[in-house]
Design a protein around this ligand. Structure first.
Ligand SMILES: O=C(O)CCC(=O)C(=O)O
Length: 282
């Protein structure tokens, strides 16, 4: 940690070099709501440089990804040209030159201020919604619904960098504020046929009248959310892409445990651990 920067404790969140100081108010908001929005974290030049690499994944140019390149709104059988919500899992594994980029530094500093210095990189992900694809929605879920339930320390800060602006029309992220407070899984089920070999996507039933906040951000801004907050995103009815770069941080002990049971967040992993689905299977 940049010691000088950590002493600043700003009134307003702001960037100092490759460190992003999260204000006390934003930290309190994060823990109250389960998410926060941090504006203009990366410069236009920094985002443009990342986008050049990002687009190689969004264009399907990176070979050998197997199920780590899939459509989160479709099935594993879909052809790449028909994808609506292109999900590239673990891009820094497939293109190591991504490692150490400015977003990795800034997002790690944010995660550590929210949860402590034992937070480390767990996984990354590129999510791209094609223009004019109403079906490019990410079904409502809790992230814990996707992960092994045998991790005693679940602390997670998932940072999402807006590579394009993210607004309602292109399917920005949406949260149920405060839904993380119970720290409890709600029932999840596989989307579609119910066979997770066909689709990785899970969904939940959201009771009618549940308050949902759509979080719009300009390019270069970040949202951060925790592992229990209920969230998802709508389809893209605009004429522009929505591109998002996700990096999630968990405690080093939790990451070690995940890896020891063979869980790497790759869709190519053989799933042999207990998940939310087993908890709720009749
Ligand atoms: O940004 C989105 O569309 C949803 C992403 C999401 O659910 C996540 O990163 O956990």
């Amino acid at each position: 940690m940049n010691h000088a920067a950590s002493q600043l404790d700003p009134q307003t969140s702001r960037r100092v070099g490759d460190y992003y100081c999260v204000s006390a108010a934003d930290r309190a908001n994060y823990h109250a709501q389960g998410y926060i929005r941090l504006l203009n974290v990366l410069t236009e030049e920094e985002v443009a440089a990342i986008e050049q690499v990002y687009d190689r994944f969004a264009n399907g140019e990176i070979p050998g990804m197997g199920r780590d390149l899939c459509d989160m709104s479709g099935t594993y059988n879909d052809e790449f040209k028909n994808f609506a919500l292109i999900n590239a899992m673990l891009p820094r594994r497939y293109l190591p030159s991504l490692q150490g980029n400015i977003y990795e530094h800034l997002s790690q500093s944010i995660a550590r201020q929210l949860y402590g210095d034992d937070m480390g990189y767990d996984y990354d992900q590129f999510l791209s919604k094609k223009p004019g694809k109403a079906r490019a929605a990410f079904a409502m879920h809790q992230d814990m619904g996707y992960w092994p339930v045998s991790t005693p320390d679940t602390r997670t800060a998932t940072c999402s960098l807006a590579i394009t602006e993210s607004v309602r029309a292109n399917g920005c992220i949406a949260f149920v504020p405060g839904s993380q407070k119970a720290a409890k899984l709600v029932p999840h089920r596989p989307k579609g046929s119910g066979d997770r070999n066909e689709s990785h996507t899970l969904e939940i039933d959201l009771p009618a009248n549940t308050p949902v906040e759509h979080i719009e951000v300009p390019r270069g801004s970040i949202t951060v959310h925790d592992e229990w907050v209920v969230h998802g995103s709508g389809g893209n009815t605009s004429d522009k892409w929505r591109k998002t770069y996700v990096i999630a941080y968990r405690s080093l002990a939790t990451i070690k445990h995940e890896r020891s049971i063979g869980f790497t967040h790759s869709h190519n992993d053989t799933v042999n651990w207990k998940t939310a689905l087993e908890l709720y299977r009749p």
